[in-house]
Design a protein around this ligand. Structure first.
Ligand SMILES: CC(C)(COP(=O)(O)OP(=O)(O)OC[C@H]1O[C@@H](n2cnc3c(N)ncnc32)[C@H](O)[C@@H]1OP(=O)(O)O)[C@@H](O)C(=O)NCCC(=O)NCCS
Length: 488
């Protein structure tokens, strides 16, 4: 069957690791001249020759294609797409536009050079699957824990990170093959232009119990506009253009200027799409990610808004990085492996460098000082949804103090914050613990927001940070700071 999808755009040589070129294979005959090294075979217990046979089957399947990374004529990595097989629930009734990314693999000898990222970028970066829904079931038996040296948890996180960057999100399913092992999970990329009917079809395959989105939602188009709009989840069900027209108003003008973004398309002047909107149609959150280059690891701007209750729009996550500023690997262990900022694994050397450069805990780069610009945008978004309040969780002490300064008050945690301020005064218990025993516990830390935050991050409270929740009423500012006239 002829493919209904356009061939993917292949990145130019400058974007590929040395000696590697990418090719799209669409016919089994194209595999004939290829060699396969020993380190390839995650899907066949590394049995020689078996990978090519599997890829042969992929290419004979409807919509089958392989994005192949080649070193000369040796296959060193690939991503394989096809229409789901009838053995899986998704394939029992072939549905146009529903595809499976059934395999992604890189030869052991070629790993950790960005090849998996490049393969996914080549497959999804060009936009031709934006009208499709692509399933990527993750079966733990395919993972190469042995060669990676990672724990299951770390491996799972790696896969999430890798796929999330290309618009995949995890969905709950009781599909028997996925549900057979609790370590398995299902990642799905709902293309920005996937038609509502396709989404309905996919949604009804996820679980055998009733789908969350009722078929009557097919006529929901008319309900979308006007006073009926009250939830992020509703916006997420809009067609892509309308959804983005709403969400792009949350992008601060400073980011638009800095990256020379066309807000309407989310592209830079070279036509690279820098903005990603993650808007799962059955969930009440939106995540906006903007990168200077789609392949960059760090975003310039990340914003996640949720709706924890009827009354609030919550800023669940916000990060702004000056892409030109130096990076501090406070989110990596000393060997350079990513651990995440909140994982509790510290990289003391990098933290010290970051602190000395004037950063606060949790920052990998200097920010762009644009919260003041962002807040009114979030406020008008909340107003449009008919909400009067914004909430936020302060993951670090300095966040709480910054939010206070922007007019937030406390839903929870105020007493503790007041106590912290008190105990940092001369003679207080926290002030006494600033005894120079670590570089993060120097006496002068008591006087500044950042200094206190580093000391708290260093464990000076002798208990873990109890995340306070703050709120702000749209259009109003509260002025009851727990740290009056703070020096940042
Ligand atoms: C998973 C796999 C495809 C990754 O390929 P790769 O080319 O090494 O990946 P990349 O170099 O593009 O790295 C992608 C991310 O994974 C991280 N990563 C890869 N291997 C890692 C390791 N051993 N330890 C820590 N991080 C690792 C990279 O740091 C990178 O993270 P970042 O994007 O946050 O910087 C490869 O290990 C593999 O083929 N495994 C066997 C098959 C499999 O598990 N497939 C995935 C399920 S479909």
């Amino acid at each position: 069957m002829a493919s209904t999808f356009q061939p993917v755009k292949i990145p130019g040589p400058s974007q590929l690791p040395d000696g590697i070129r990418l090719r799209i294979l669409t016919a089994p005959g194209e595999l004939e001249r290829l060699a396969v090294g020993e380190g390839l075979g995650a899907y066949c217990r590394y049995r020689a020759g078996e990978t090519l046979r599997i890829l042969g089957r992929v290419l004979r399947a409807p919509e089958g294609r392989v994005v192949a990374a080649l070193a000369e004529d040796t296959l060193v990595g690939y991503a394989a797409l096809f229409q789901p097989s009838p053995n899986e629930r998704w394939g029992q009734r072939p549905t146009a536009g529903l595809l499976e990314l059934g395999a992604l693999e890189v030869n052991r000898a070629w790993r950790r050079r960005g090849l998996a990222r490049t393969l996914l970028q080549a497959t999804f970066g060009g936009g031709e699957f934006d009208g499709a829904i692509v399933l990527a079931p993750q079966y733990a038996t395919d993972w190469d824990l042995e060669a990676s040296g990672l724990s299951r948890r770390e491996y799972r996180d790696l896969i999430f990170r890798l796929f999330r960057r290309h618009g995949f999100a995890d969905f709950v399913t009781d599909e028997p093959l996925v549900a057979a092992d609790p370590r398995n999970f299902l990642l799905v990329r709902v293309g920005e232009k996937a038609p509502p009917g396709l989404y309905q079809a996919f949604r009804s395959l996820l679980t055998e119990t009733a789908p969350l989105v009722k078929p009557s939602d097919a006529t929901r188009q008319q309900e979308y506009f006007g006073a009926g709009l009250t939830a992020i989840r509703q916006i997420n069900q809009f067609p892509a253009e309308e959804r983005e027209a709403i969400y792009r108003r949350l992008i601060p003008p400073r980011v638009v200027e800095l990256l020379r973004l066309d807000p309407a398309t989310g592209c830079d002047p070279q036509g690279n799409r820098l903005v990603t909107y993650v808007t799962p149609p059955d969930q009440g959150f939106v995540r906006i990610e903007i990168r200077r280059d789609p392949r960059d690891e760090d975003g310039v701007f990340l914003l996640k808004l949720t709706q924890p209750t009827e009354e609030f729009v919550e800023i669940a996550f916000i990060m702004v990085n000056d892409p030109q500023a130096e990076r501090f690997n406070v989110d990596r262990d000393p060997a350079g492996n990513p651990v995440g900022i909140l994982a509790g694994v510290r990289n003391l050397e990098e933290e010290l460098r970051a602190m000395r450069a004037g950063l606060a805990p949790g920052q990998v780069r200097r920010g762009l000082r644009m919260f003041r610009q962002l807040l009114p945008l979030v406020e008008s978004f909340a107003t449009e949804l008919g909400k009067q309040q914004i909430s936020v969780e302060a993951l670090f002490y300095h966040h709480a103090i910054l939010y206070e300064r922007y007019g937030f008050g406390y839903l929870t945690g105020r007493d503790r914050l007041e106590e912290i301020h008190r105990e940092f005064q001369p003679g207080g218990s926290l002030s006494r613990r600033l005894d120079g025993s670590t570089p993060f516990r120097m006496p002068e830390a008591a006087g500044t927001v950042r200094g206190r935050s580093w000391a708290i991050h260093d464990g000076i409270l002798e208990e873990s940070w109890r995340v306070p929740r703050l709120y702000k009423i749209v259009g109003q500012a509260m002025t009851m700071p727990t740290f009056p006239n703070p020096i940042y």
